[in-house]
Design a protein around this ligand. Structure first.
Ligand code: DP6
Length: 321
């Protein structure tokens, strides 16, 4: 009744921003991501018949149950598993939590994987993807390594691996510009965008074309075309964020300085592009040969606190009881 799992955060190249259904936490758009091997979350789940509710211990501190997110995810898991026991969930990240580094994605992917192992459920059970999504819309992608595709249809959420890490080795360089938590969570921010941004509808309308194009570019390993498309999709999402009321301006001057360095490197022929989520950290995706150059250039940008660099990671897996 107890198991532990490890999962890595992922970074979307084609972004998820907006929900079709806030109760089921159904994204309004699909997404495509890379899993970052250099960062991890480890989670232990222990079911206990004596508990009267779930308990979450995150990075050593017991948490109030996060606006019902953990409870909703665990309830969906119990429905799938045919169980009625509550659990203690103990989770730790080796990177800043809630600062735009996708801690909820790795957190819920590790949780679902550990919970399934604790109750002897096959990790390939398709219902686990929906359970992870109820925790966080980006979490199903962290169940898979390398490059993952999440798609939405009438039946719900599907998620699969497009390429394993060795099939298209890419490197990721994260320029950490703050260790602080973000003011507005993705969950609240994307709902405000839906309600108030004049660009929201056009973001949703154009999204499937970006996603289809990205899947084709991954299939032919066209790095530079994927670079251009990913930056475009990221900037469209940030246009929606910035035109939300009140405005969601996640960038700092350091974010912008890193973006400019990355685009000028690419102009000089270096295979690298940027992407940014709901926080000021900048993630650079590059071909492995460019890793040393990209790391040193971003390290020298004034205001960058530290660099986390590495290869694409594997999907979530069980690490023991
Ligand atoms: C900007 O998956 O954190 O990182 O479903 O409400 O938990 P919830 O949102 P979340 O949103 C991720 C938003 C993003 C883009 C992305 O990862 O696709």
């Amino acid at each position: 009744m107890r198991a532990s799992a490890i999962a890595h955060p992922n970074i979307a190249l084609i972004k998820y921003w907006g929900k079709r259904d806030t109760v089921e936490n159904l994204p309004a758009v699909g997404s495509l991501s890379v899993t970052i091997g250099a960062l991890s979350t480890e989670t232990t789940v222990e079911f206990d018949a004596a508990l009267k509710q779930d308990v979450l211990v995150l990075n050593g501190d017991e948490q109030p149950l996060e606006q019902g997110r953990l409870t909703a995810c665990m309830n969906a898991f119990r429905a799938l598993a045919g169980s009625n026991e509550y659990a203690t969930v103990t989770s730790g990240n080796d990177f800043p939590t809630g600062a735009g580094l996708a801690s909820s994605a790795s957190g819920y992917a590790a949780l679902v994987t550990a919970a399934a192992a604790a109750l002897g459920i096959d990790p390939r059970e398709p219902g686990l993807i929906d359970v992870a999504r109820i925790g966080s819309g980006s979490a199903p992608r962290s169940l898979f390594g390398g490059i993952a595709l999440l798609s939405i249809d009438e039946q719900g959420t599907k998620c699969r691996q497009l390429t394993a890490p060795a099939e298209w080795p890419l490197s990721v360089v994260v320029a950490v510009t703050t260790e602080n938590k973000k003011d507005i969570t993705s969950r609240d921010g994307m709902e405000q965008s839906r309600l108030t941004s004049p660009f929201y509808e056009s973001w949703i309308r154009g999204h499937a074309d970006d996603l289809d194009a990205a899947v084709r570019l991954v299939a032919v390993r066209d790095f530079f075309a994927l670079a251009e498309l990913s930056e475009h999709n990221c900037l469209k999402m940030h246009s929606v964020m910035m035109t939300t009321r009140p405005a969601l301006l996640y960038w700092s001057p350091v974010t912008l300085a890193c973006m400019q360095k990355i685009t000028s490197l690419r102009k000089d022929g270096v295979p690298v592009f940027f992407t940014i989520d709901a926080g000021p950290q900048v993630k650079a995706i590059c071909l492995p040969d460019a890793l040393a150059t990209v790391t040193s250039v971003l390290h020298d940008v004034p205001g960058v606190l530290r660099i986390i660099a590495g290869e694409l990671g594997e999907g979530a897996s069980v690490i023991g009881a």
